[in-house]
Design a protein. Structure first.
Length: 327
């Protein structure tokens, strides 16, 4: 009797692609991801989900063109720029695949790596496979230095695992995607969220690649702001440091008062010393303002969470399958 050929059902992979002013590169990215999809057609079918984060160029028009020629292309467009974190969350929320990949449109994340990521999950038993840069070729030295120090500081201040060179590029199983979607806070630091939800992740090293076209949207100020989100979102150590600093200054103040009383009783109370007094007042005032600033950051983040505003507002959503004529 001839054995029955039972084929394993194909998996579905959704690629979530956040886009902000990416008209120069989106078609190049589409060509590359289609090539990867063709090479993996025996294992999985693909869904390309683009998220237009309020672009001011022709990015949305390019998405419409791609959707018109390829039914696998889906997209949603924000009413304004809500940021990459919101775009990634929206993509995960509208994804339908068994596995979901987050990948940038600028081709700094090599689409070819999806094949290795897929093997890591389906064959090696991991829940997630993530890319990790082993070099920062083409990146300004100051930015590279600050990034390395930030990951080291965040790892020490928080209880999450932070890998030096970690990027947002990764493939996740559906259970992990669902876990990430449960983390619906407004002040998002997705790298920390990926670590916090747990799951078994395999790190895949790769060499840094420069943008295929266009310009980076991450200024030095935006990176510093993003770093602050990570520290405040996953660590309360700064608040503890403020408390310790307050105790230290109380002890110093008590010792200083004791010294002044003893000095006055023994040697009298000379008029001199006002410059040092002025310096001390300015120094302590600066420390107080610094501590108030830290408290204000946490209070501000709490205020935004309490208002419970939506993470994003989509003005256009085209993620449904098109019906065949006559249906």
């Amino acid at each position: 009797m001839k054995p029955i050929d039972i084929k394993r059902p194909k998996h579905k992979i959704t690629t979530v692609v956040p886009c902000y002013n990416e008209e120069a590169v989106i078609e190049l990215f589409y060509q590359e991801i289609c090539r990867v999809a063709e090479e993996m057609k025996e294992q999985a079918e693909f869904e390309f989900l683009f998220v237009n984060d309020g672009s001011k160029d022709q990015t949305l028009a390019k998405m419409r063109q791609l959707r018109a020629q390829d039914a696998r292309v889906k997209f949603l467009s924000f009413s304004r720029n809500f940021g990459k974190e919101a775009a990634m969350y929206a993509g995960l929320e509208h994804s339908t695949g068994d596995f979901v990949a987050i990948i940038d449109a600028d081709l700094q994340h090599p689409p070819e790596m999806i094949k290795e990521m897929y093997r890591s999950i389906t064959e090696d038993g991991y829940d997630s496979a993530a890319a990790c840069r082993v070099s920062r070729k083409g990146e300004p030295k100051l930015r590279s230095y600050i990034s390395k120090k930030f990951y080291r500081v965040l790892g020490r201040l928080s209880q999450i695992e932070v890998v030096d060179g970690e990027v947002d590029y990764r493939l996740m199983s559906r259970p992990m995607v669902n876990a990430v979607l449960q983390m619906s806070e407004r002040n998002r630091f997705t790298k920390g969220i990926f670590s916090w939800v747990g799951f078994n992740t395999k790190w895949l090293p790769y060499e840094n690649v420069e943008r295929a076209a266009g310009e980076t949207k991450w200024s030095f100020f935006k990176l510093m702001k993003y770093s602050l989100e990570g520290i405040i979102g996953f660590s309360t150590v700064p608040l503890a440091l403020v408390s310790i600093l307050g105790i230290v200054f109380c002890v110093l103040a008590f010792l200083t008062i004791l010294y002044i009383v003893i000095k006055t009783l023994i040697w009298g109370d000379p008029v001199g010393g006002w410059p040092s007094l002025a310096c001390m007042i300015l120094g302590v005032s600066g420390i107080q303002l610094f501590c108030m600033g830290i408290l204000g950051q946490y209070l501000g983040k709490t205020y935004l969470e309490v208002k419970n505003r939506p993470l994003y507002i989509a003005s256009v959503i085209e993620t449904e399958e098109e019906e065949e004529p006559g249906v």
